[in-house]
Structure formats: structure tokens, C-alpha cells
Design a protein around this ligand. Structure first.
Ligand SMILES: C[S@@+](CC[C@H](N)C(=O)[O-])C[C@H]1O[C@@H](n2cnc3c(N)ncnc32)[C@H](O)[C@@H]1O
Length: 272
């Protein structure tokens, strides 16, 4: 008698979604993200800095009134500059997600702010692709911390021909100072460790009146500080940033390629 050959059922792997939740106000969760978060047949994963802490992204989802699905898993992304330690944790997180996807389930990775902006999702997606070039990955974009900050502070990010730089302040004071010469608006992220030095720089450059600080924008414990100098010597939360405008910036000539000429400019041209 020939043995009956039973083919083992192959499960199509699931898809990973980087789900941006905005910086803290549940009202800033997009409709696309919201629709995904209603699904109960998915696994929620979310970044934590320590396995004893809940994580800010999950906190945003829970404050929005969403409930965890039956399957959920924190993924550890420690705060460290130790590149080997970071690489180990990114790999561990990507392996965990790969194993979940292999069961055929879709996996949501919750992201604070926008998933493409300084987010642990970027590392997760990259390492997952290294493990499996065929991995299916989607990104739901979201509101960044600095877009929300501009709205809360009623400070335009950019007007007309303004230049903008979004900079992790960790580059140091000299780098930030150089950028003041080239950009009308600086968004200084991750300011916590350098805040006092940044305040000194802003004072020296006469820019304190044009600077604003915001912590945990959009959350119930949001803090806005207009008098940035008053923060000197105090401790701030990691989730804080500075918006700095430089009204004294010297601008070069603007090539008016995409701007309509004024009647006066046109008249001047015909007279030449
Ligand atoms: C790892 S980055 C995350 C950026 C985030 N993905 C985004 O789209 O804005 C963390 C830095 O973003 C800024 N940040 C994030 N959320 C914030 C918030 N709710 N309020 C103020 N700053 C925030 C802080 O400068 C913080 O150090």
C-alpha cells in the first residue's frame, strides 16, 4: 500500500503595519490608523524603553478609548548610544515580529508621532527586511510632534520662502549655531540633555524672544513654555522640543522661478 501524501498547509505570512498615532492627542489619529486599530484579528506590538514601563505609543491608543486585542506584545527598544546593544535589540524585535507574521497574522506596530520620523519603526522595518526580503510592510503616516507643536504654539513652521531644519540637538551647540545662519526655523528635537547650553546659545544670539518650548505636546500633561530662559537648570521630559525662529537670518537672492512677478517688476523689466 502506498502511503497517503498529505501536503502540510502553508500559511501566507501576515503584513506588518507601522501605525502612526500622532504625538499624544487621540484626536490626531488618522482615519486610516483608526480603522486598523479597530481590527481584532491582529497582533499589537509597541515600543517600550523598559519592560516595566507601558510605552507612550500604547498610552495614546488606550487614551483614545481603544482596547488591546487578545494578542499583544511589547518590544524593547532601550535608550542607549551603545550601537551593539541597539543592534541586538532591533534584531530581537524584528525576529519576534517575523515569527508573528509567520503565523499568518497581521502585526500592528504602534508609533508615537509619525512612523517615518525618528521612530523605532524605521529600525524594525529595516532589520525585518534584512531577515526577509519578501516581508510585506505598510506605513500609515501621521502627525509629527513638531507639526502638532507649531499648531499648539501658533507658530508657523514656515512661511513663503522660509527654510526649515529639523535637528536632533545632540549634534551639539556648535552645529546648532551654524544652522541658525541658514534656516529661518529650527526644530530642535531631543533637547533634554543639552537644554541649558541651548538656552545660553539662544540668549547670546538674541533669539530667546523667538523661541518656544513644548513637552508632551497634545497629552493631558502637555507643558508650553514661552519664557524659555526660565527652564534653565530644570529637568524636562525626553518628549520635548524647542522651536526657534531666526528673524535676523541673512537671506541670499531668491530665484523667482515659481513666483508670479509683480506688475512693478514686469514694468521695470520692459524699461531695461
Ligand atoms: C524618537 S523621536 C520621535 C519623533 C516622532 N516619531 C515624531 O514624529 O515626532 C523623540 C523626540 O521627538 C520629540 N517629541 C516626540 N513626541 C513629542 C511630544 N508629544 N511633544 C514634544 N516633543 C515630542 C522630542 O524632541 C523627542 O525627544
Amino acid at each position: 500500500m502506498t502511503e497517503l501524501q498529505v501536503a502540510s498547509p502553508t500559511v501566507a505570512p501576515g503584513r506588518l503595519f507601522g501605525v502612526s498615532l500622532g504625538p499624544g492627542d487621540p484626536g490626531l489619529i488618522t482615519r486610516s490608523a483608526w480603522a486598523l486599530l479597530q481590527r481584532r484579528d491582529v497582533v499589537w506590538t509597541y515600543p517600550v524603553r523598559s519592560l516595566r514601563k507601558e510605552g507612550y505609543a500604547l498610552d495614546i491608543a488606550l487614551r483614545a478609548g481603544l482596547t488591546l486585542p487578545a494578542q499583544h506584545q511589547p518590544l524593547l527598544f532601550p535608550m542607549t548610544h551603545d550601537v551593539e546593544k541597539l543592534a541586538r535589540h532591533w534584531l530581537k524585535a524584528a525576529e519576534a515580529v517575523k515569527a508573528l507574521l509567520a503565523t499568518g497574522q497581521d502585526v500592528l506596530f504602534l508609533v508615537e508621532g509619525d512612523a517615518s520620523t525618528y521612530a523605532s519603526f524605521c529600525y524594525l522595518a529595516r532589520v525585518l527586511r534584512e531577515l526577509d526580503a519578501e516581508a510585506k510592510i505598510d506605513i500609515v503616516p501621521g502627525v509629527t510632534s513638531f507639526n502638532a507643536a507649531c499648531a499648539r504654539l501658533q507658530m508657523p513652521l514656515s512661511e513663503q520662502d522660509d527654510t526649515i531644519a529639523i535637528v536632533p540637538a545632540a549634534y551639539g551647540i556648535a552645529a546648532v549655531e551654524r544652522m541658525l545662519d541658514d534656516f529661518d526655523t529650527l526644530v530642535l528635537m531631543k533637547v533634554k540633555p543639552l537644554l541649558d547650553d541651548l538656552i545660553d546659545l539662544l540668549e547670546r544670539r538674541g533669539l530667546l524672544p523667538h523661541s518656544r518650548f513644548i513637552e508632551k505636546a497634545g497629552s493631558p500633561v502637555e507643558r508650553i513654555v514661552h519664557d524659555v530662559a526660565a527652564l534653565k537648570g530644570s529637568k524636562v521630559n525626553y518628549l520635548s522640543l524647542l522651536l526657534v525662529k531666526n528673524p535676523n537670518r541673512e537671506r541670499g537672492e531668491i530665484i523667482r522661478g515659481c513666483r508670479k512677478k509683480t506688475t512693478i517688476e514686469l514694468e521695470e523689466e520692459t524699461q531695461e
